[in-house]
Design a protein around this ligand. Structure first.
Ligand SMILES: NC(=O)c1ccc[n+]([C@@H]2O[C@H](COP(=O)([O-])OP(=O)(O)OC[C@H]3O[C@@H](n4cnc5c(N)ncnc54)[C@H](O)[C@@H]3O)[C@@H](O)[C@H]2O)c1
Ligand SMILES: [Zn+2]
Length: 373
């Protein structure tokens, strides 16, 4: 059965924008969404994608513009697939195309891909001629529930991930759950990790729904996906509207990320997917929270069971020494004025930011986590 179309909005005043979610909606909804969210847009469109995604879905995007050749000048550019291409070098290649094609300030950048394409395209849009409009068509589950919404755009520097970037909200987000049919299972799982994050940090009822609906999600049931994506985006939209530039509560979205980023860095961003590292990071956050007495063992174990039911890892690499952990976590972007900050679950559907976690507590949590291997 197909899921009905649903729309959400990120409420940012004059920069308010829609998130459209549906199954098989890409071709038919693209132009209506473009017209509705960007009535004044110009005729130049650049579709950015990579060969993997373009092989499946570029035609559907180009098809939307068919019969409108006079109204539009649609270019597409493919960047190589992979995190290492979310770089200044690729950014510069895209800029060369925009210069060559004489793209103006009314042009629209369309991001067709996962978070790599989305972050790069968003950063291009944020900076080309001091900012042009961007429409996000996320094609990984992670991008659909996380990176396409909220306006964080960036490229990596050899010295660190996402070091060069800008806040630049998209004009609209178009989420077609049907594109997930071709997404590899491991990538699907990485997106489910971020979905579980929303349940833990903000919505106890959603957490219970996930406990009961993990298998349909893993089976890519369109209705289950649509519900999980809608609920996740609604939470993210609410948090972003309240704290666009992460002065406060937007940091709650980083639940599990301080531990997770350390795992990703220690494994050279190669063997663990971001969502997998976050999954284990959330387990560690739950353990820390339990040690501190914020949550009991029953809820801690419910978190671990849910993550396990998504076939996500719950134990960090045993080869990581305590020194490596402490060193990598103190380097994390979440560090403020030299103190590490941890987002910890404090009860069903609730989380808070803590900057007073001691080394002794961290050591205990790391040892307890490794002991589960
Ligand atoms: N801006 C933000 O707020 C934010 C939030 C979270 C993550 N991110 C960023 O997102 C990036 C990770 O994004 P990701 O997890 O989507 O990875 P990704 O973009 O690398 O995509 C993962 C893989 O799936 C392929 N793929 C994408 N869609 C597909 C589809 N429908 N069918 C088959 N294959 C498909 C891609 O080509 C790639 O090989 C990181 O760079 C991270 O920093 C940004
Ligand atoms: Zn994340």
């Amino acid at each position: 059965m197909t899921a009905p179309l649903s729309t959400l909005h990120v409420e940012l005043g004059t920069r308010r924008y829609p998130i459209l979610i549906g199954d098989g909606i890409l071709s038919e909804q693209l132009l209506p969404l473009l017209h509705e969210s960007l009535p004044q847009h110009g005729r130049n469109i650049l579709v950015l994608s990579n060969p993997t995604v373009a092989g499946h879905y570029l035609n559907a995007v180009l098809h939307a513009f068919q019969n409108h050749d006079k109204a539009y000048n649609v270019h597409h550019m493919l960047i190589p697939d992979g995190e290492s291409y979310k770089s200044l070098a690729t950014y510069s290649d895209v800029m060369d195309v925009l210069v060559k094609q004489r793209f103006d300030r009314d042009c629209v950048i369309i991001a067709l891909g996962g978070g790599v394409v989305g972050d790069l395209a968003g950063f291009v849009a944020a900076t080309w001629q001091r900012g042009v409009q961007c429409l996000q068509i996320p094609t990984t589950l992670l991008a659909q529930v996380d990176s396409s919404v909220g306006g964080k755009t960036a490229v990596n520097h050899p010295g660190g991930k996402n070091l060069i970037g800008a806040f630049h909200q998209p004009a609209a987000v178009l989420i077609d759950t049907q594109v997930l049919t071709t997404l590899p299972d491991r990538e699907l799982g990485a997106g489910i990790a971020e979905i579980i994050k929303y349940g833990i940090m903000a919505d106890a009822e959603f957490f219970r729904w996930l406990q009961q609906n993990m298998q349909p999600l893993l089976d890519k049931d369109p209705q289950a996906l649509a519900h999980a994506i809608h609920t996740s985006c609604a939470i993210k939209a609410r948090v972003v509207a309240a704290d666009e530039t992460e002065q406060g509560q937007r940091a709650l979205l980083n639940l599990g990320h301080t531990f997770g980023h350390a795992i990703e860095a220690a494994t050279q961003y190669s063997s663990w997917l971001h969502g997998e590292a976050v999954a284990t990071g959330m387990v560690m956050a739950a353990r820390l929270s339990c040690l501190r007495g914020f949550i009991g063992t029953t809820y801690r174990d419910a978190i671990i069971d849910l993550i396990q039911s998504a076939h996500l890892p719950t134990v960090p690499p045993i080869a990581m020494s305590i020194d490596t952990w402490l060193e990598l976590m103190s380097r994390d972007k979440k560090v403020k004025d030299g103190t590490m900050r941890f987002i910890l679950p404090t009860g069903p559907g609730a989380a808070e930011i803590f900057s007073n976690v001691t080394q002794a507590e961290l050591t205990r949590v790391i040892n307890e986590s490794i002991a589960q291997a």
